[in-house]
Design a protein around this ligand. Sequence first.
Ligand SMILES: [Zn+2]
Length: 312
Amino acid sequence: MIKRIQLLVVLLIFLFIFDFAKNIREGGIIHKTLSYSAEQNSSSDCNSLSNCTPIFSSALILPTPTLGIPENKITENVPVDEKINAPVQNDYCLTVPVLTYHRIQPQSIAVEKNQTAGSVDNEIFDQQMAYLSSSGYSTITAEELINALRNHTGLPAKSVVITLDDGYENAYTYAYLIAQKYQIKLNLMIATGLVGNQDFLIWDQIKEMRNSGLVYFTNHTWSHYAVGNGSYEKIQYEIQTAKGQLEQYTGQTINIFTYPYGSFSPNAIQILQQDGFIGGFSTIPGKVQCESYIMTLHRTSIGNSPLSSYGL
Ligand SMILES: [Zn+2]
């Protein structure tokens, strides 16, 4: 009888622990979903893309953009079809890692603002850039990579492309300062409608970075729009508005695209090519870049670990 009671007590304790652990796990997921949910729009802070409204200085009356789910939520669970972007016969390919960053800021601020997903600590970013510099890597622009693929030319040994998505203000306050320190090139993927919002770059910072010769810009739509869906007119509007604004403020030709949320489709690619775009970056992981998929090149998402752990 005593043995039975002991067994029952052990079973109850086990069930309690199991249930507790399950709640923690589910709680974590719920919390994560909420922190990026569009329902949080009541906050005037612009801590995540979902809280931000594109603003314009032009006299044009523009529609209110529809912001989707921020990409660091979408890209987490998107299954990658291995057959997408398989090299074809007689393809021209180069092994060039394209590193993806979003925010560069102290980890304490990332925690405070609930931005740890997609944020790399500025001191770690500094160490990562120091590593590239001391290991003989050449940082190149998105344009240099795409031109090499188009023209079937080579690139410096150990070429690497550093990309920062969305145009957060810390691309200027942290990443750009570190880029100057090591004389490395950065590529900023700008959603132009977010420029000037709280926590995002302003046009003067973009101009200054452009004039340094260290920073190259690509089109990331106007409102951070997932171009894999939507009407021809909407996609065209998003691409052309951002292109016009970036060209106006940077003086740089804008003919390379970066898909918000990694969302693309044959339709979007066709529109981009009609508009004169020569290359694009997806969120499909991989270091091999081929001419056959020049409109959906591969990238490697970087976090707070040493770059050697990402195969560099
Ligand atoms: Zn983005």
